[in-house]
Design a protein. Sequence first.
Length: 158
Amino acid sequence: MAFCTQCGQQIPDGSANCPSCGAPQNNTQNFVNNFTNTANTTSQFDPADIQNNKVMAVLAYIGILFLIPLLAAPDSKFARYHTNQGLVLFIAEAILGVALGILGAILAFIPIVGAIVIVILSLAISVVSLVFMILGIVNAANGTAKELPLIGGIKILK
Ligand SMILES: [Zn+2]
């Protein structure tokens, strides 16, 4: 599913031109737009809650610090929304870390190439984790309840 970069109409994946307005489509731009074009439910939150708990929401994305909003702002819907995403991200990173450890043990049998693959994979996971963390922090600091790409739909905390 893609959206026109000009008028925002939904268009078939990989279209060269928008069927609605005719604007030529840059598919890389489209990919980036669609990747970050996730559910935004900011309007369902109390503006005062958002204002008061932005810092808590930001902390939710900084590793184990997701525990702080969980304990310090248990009644904040906004902090809870971001704590959920911070927690999902934290778990996803932990799972990837374990997977990488297992893969590393296997790849250790392949001289040189195995080590190179592991280094590349670790770097890739670190970069992706950092990008998700920054996206979450920017959303939280902007007072936005916007889902992270890929993992934002997972709800652990209700
Ligand atoms: Zn269009």
